[in-house]
Design a protein. Structure first.
Length: 460
């Protein structure tokens, strides 16, 4: 069963450090216990082997049976101070020459080493060897040590070790909780500082100096996001103000005209004129709303639909034919350069070219000419309009594609439009995987856009 995930970083880190301390202390404790156990067993068997060698040597020194009988006293003296040891000398017929009653159970471990259980209940471990070349042919010598003292010592050591490990793990948890909480305190301070940022003080930034290196990248990214939010918020406020300004004039015209019409009796002709004027204003409002909806869809990442293979030169000719009267009225000529084909939405392409050309006509002095270029590259098509006239200020150049930007009324389409012409050009370019650009040079002002040759357009 999957355990629920703890939502708190502080708790997770504390538990993780506690688990690490538990695992490390368990491994260290087990290793220490295993090493001590091996050392206890080694010392026990060293003692047994020493006694076995001594007794075997004494037995070999006895020359007569009388001396063998006297050996019992010597063996008793040898065992003084070694209460955990027992000695058995068993004869060939199974009788005991020396020692207590024979063990009730004997199990060979390996070679001479055996484990046995004595008559008085001792679990023992020892060595058994035959007494060859002595006065007791066929006899066996057994020396064993009681395992209980060593086991009790190891049990006491294990108990103390477990208590020490428990205290160590508990102390690690407490200290880890304190250390983690202290280490995470900069995050809490940043959170408190971030909570004080409101829409009316978006200029506030989180500190990037005097903080931990691990948090510096986060605060830098967060401050960058705040900068983008502040810019977007300011643009939204400006956009709302511009929309209100654009709507206020036609609405005021509609209201005042209607009030004048209703102030007294009017003839049918006068009513028709007022309604025609109102219809004209409403058509302008409809165009403004449609442009705003189009820009909103483009900003939402909507791609260009209805893609077809388009001959750019042919579309330029159609737009030029539509603006022929405007060109003649302004006393401006148009020259098209280059040609290309690509997958694009023909209606949107014509709209973008028309917006560029309309703005260029208004910005070009009478008697001068406009050049429209179509440049084909490997992965994109560039369409740009160049016209002579007053250059755009350097600080205004990056902003002429903003909605309702008023830096240059002639260039941004403020004369008879709503200031959305170049913003729509940028949106159409983005919907086709391209971008809009503007630059000023010695040959005039160039405004244009690029379109991707790739047919799969994401619009983002």
């Amino acid at each position: 069963m999957k355990l629920p995930r703890v939502a708190s970083i502080e708790i997770r880190l504390t538990l993780l450090l506690g688990i690490i301390a538990l695992v490390v202390s368990s491994i260290a404790g087990y290793t220490l216990f295993w090493a001590l156990k091996r050392e206890v067993q080694r010392q026990e068997m060293t003692e047994v082997a020493g006694k076995l060698e001594l007794i075997n040597h004494l037995i070999g020194m006895q020359a007569t049976l009388a001396q063998m009988q006297d050996l019992r006293g010597s063996l008793d003296n040898i065992m003084v101070g070694h209460g955990n040891l027992k000695i058995w000398i068993t004869l060939a017929d199974g009788s005991v020459f020396y020692g207590e009653a024979p063990p009730v159970a004997v199990r060979t471990v390996s070679g001479r080493e055996i484990k046995l259980h004595s008559q008085d209940g001792w679990n023992m471990r020892g060595l058994r060897v035959p007494l060859e070349g002595t006065l007791l042919p066929g006899a066996e010598l057994t020396v064993a040590v009681n395992l209980r003292p060593g086991t009790q010592f190891l049990y006491a050591f294990a108990t103390a070790l477990i208590l020490i490990c428990a205290v160590w793990v508990g102390a690690t948890l407490v200290l880890s909780a304190w250390a983690v909480r202290r280490s995470l305190s900069p995050i809490r301070r940043l959170s408190q500082q971030a909570s004080r940022i409101q829409p009316d003080n978006l200029a506030v930034r989180l500190p990037e100096q005097g903080i931990d290196l691990e948090l510096r990248e986060f605060t830098h990214t967060f401050n960058g996001m705040l900068g983008r939010v502040q810019t977007a918020y300011q643009q939204m406020e400006g956009f709302n103000a511009d929309v209100a300004h654009e709507l206020r004039t036609p609405l005021a015209t509609l209201i005042s005209g209607t009030e004048v019409m209703l102030s007294s009796s009017r003839s049918e002709q006068e009513l028709r004129e007022v309604l025609e004027s109102n219809l004209e204003e409403l058509e302008g409002l409809k165009a403004l709303v449609n442009d705003m909806l189009f820009l909103a869809r483009a900003d939402g990442g909507e791609p260009a639909g209805d893609l077809r293979e388009v001959d750019v030169r042919r579309e330029v000719a159609r737009v030029a034919e539509y603006y022929e009267a405007s060109l003649d009225e302004a006393g401006v000529s148009l020259t098209a350069h280059g040609s290309a084909t690509l997958m694009a939405n023909p209606r949107l392409l014509r709209r973008a070219i028309a917006n560029l050309l309309s703005n260029a006509i208004r910005a070009t002095p009478r008697g001068r000419g406009i050049d429209l270029y179509c440049v084909a590259r490997q992965d994109e098509i560039e369409i740009r309009v160049r016209n002579p006239g007053a250059p755009i200020a350097a600080q205004a150049l990056p902003r002429i594609f903003d909605r309702f930007y008023r830096g240059d009324d002639a260039r941004s389409g403020r004369t008879d439009g709503h200031g959305l012409g170049l913003a729509i050009v940028r949106a159409i370019a983005r919907m086709h995987g391209g971008k809009a650009f503007a630059r000023c040079g010695g040959q005039g002002t160039e405004v244009g856009f690029t379109l991707s040759r790739a047919p799969n357009i994401t619009g983002k």
